[in-house]
Design a protein around this ligand. Structure first.
Ligand code: GLN
Length: 216
């Protein structure tokens, strides 16, 4: 084997890790916005609807949408157990809003038959800030992000009511009636936000996630 033939696979491996393949769970919700953000961050997004599609992904994004609808579809598409298994095996994941709810180990104020993935040791309260009309935006300090506060859009959002000992709190609501409520967390390589970084054009949270996937 000559030098160039051994060099080639290394280069491919380097390319793959610099442009990780990130699945976006595409059963329901704002899939397109996450795909666009991931593409802008230099990742290779792929839509995930089937268990067989999990084999090719380095990480998964679970979009905002409606968690009980996504839960139902996870059962219908037989994705629940395969996803839980990948998360247990350490696959990085990021969930926004409904995605946060699905990544929880316990969910309050949901349907009794709703399923979740237990990617993060946390209790999440669904629709915690109130009804759809109580949706709001605010600026947040987000641990690990440079260049100042991030604009956070909350749409019938959940909050984290209990964060386990190994869970790092990345952001809380700064002021007002919900001051101190936990709205962004990380445990290992799993990240979750109550709000929607995919809708503002500020790519810093997605960049943080893609960097974490590259390092994983
Ligand atoms: N309220 C929704 C739910 O229960 C989440 C809202 C969202 O993702 N914007 O799943």
């Amino acid at each position: 084997m000559n030098a160039s033939s051994v060099a080639a696979p290394a280069t491919e491996a380097q390319q793959a890790s610099s442009r990780p393949t990130i699945g976006v769970l595409a059963l329901q919700g704002d899939v397109r916005e996450h795909v666009a953000a991931l593409t802008s961050c230099g990742a290779q997004p792929v839509l995930v609807r089937r268990a067989s599609e999990l084999a090719s992904i380095d990480a998964l994004v679970i979009p905002g949408g409606e968690s009980t609808a996504i839960s139902k579809l996870l059962e219908v598409f037989e994705l629940l157990e395969p996803l839980r298994a990948r998360l247990r095996a350490g696959m990085p994941a990021f969930g926004s809003c409904a995605g946060m709810i699905l990544l929880a180990s316990e969910v309050l104020d949901t349907r009794p038959d709703a399923q979740h993935l237990s990617g993060i040791d946390m209790t999440v309260r669904r629709n915690a800030f109130g009804r759809q009309v109580d949706s709001f935006e605010t600026d947040l300090d987000f641990a690990g992000l440079d260049d100042g506060a991030i604009r956070a859009v909350f749409i019938r959002a959940p909050w984290v009511e209990r964060a386990g000992d190994d869970v790092q709190v990345l952001a809380t609501v700064p002021s007002g009636p919900f001051a101190g409520r936990i709205v962004a967390v990380r445990q290992g390589n799993v990240l979750a936000t109550s709000f929607h970084p995919e809708v503002t054009g500020d790519l810093r949270v997605h960049r943080m996630f893609v960097d974490l996937v590259r390092a994983a």
